[in-house]
Write a protein that binds this ligand. Structure first.
Ligand code: 5GP
Length: 123
């Protein structure tokens, strides 16, 4: 699937739509999910245009991929989530119900997440 420059996270990256930024550097942006499913629900995205996890894993440079996931852990820790635990999820494609076609990871925490509940959290 080709990357859609008009997806909502591309617009956030271009500053066309506001976001509640949690962390930003030259390659990564993290911001609060607009519809949080847990008390802490942060989305982490690479700034480069990848459609999904598959695209990122195939086309991202190993250093870029490693840096991204290191940042996910650092962000979770900076939010204090390492104390009580947290969930990291990435929905990839149709079967997973991915809505926004810019690769992203959900960090969810701040409460006990029900056994077996998925990325959309508490459904
Ligand atoms: P997924 O693609 O993994 O299913 O989830 C996309 C996530 O993006 C959802 O949890 C949804 O609430 C969130 N989302 C959709 N549009 C916006 C937006 O404009 N701003 C923010 N901050 N989050 C959004």
């Amino acid at each position: 699937m080709a990357y859609d420059n008009d997806n909502i996270f591309a617009k956030i990256l271009r500053g066309e739509i506001p976001n509640a930024t949690v962390y930003e550097d030259e390659s990564v942006l993290a911001f609060n999910d607009i519809a949080p499913k847990t008390p802490v629900h942060v989305l982490v995205i690479p700034k480069r245009p990848y459609v999904d996890m598959d695209d990122f894993s195939v086309n991202g440079a190993p250093e870029e991929i490693g840096n991204f996931f290191a940042k996910v852990g650092e962000i979770a820790r900076s939010l204090g989530l390492h104390e009580g635990g947290y969930r990291v999820v990435s929905n990839n494609g149709a079967n997973a119900g991915q809505i926004v076609p810019h690769f992203h990871v959900h960090i969810m925490g701040g409460q006990k997440i029900r056994e077996g509940s998925m990325a959309r959290g508490m459904e």
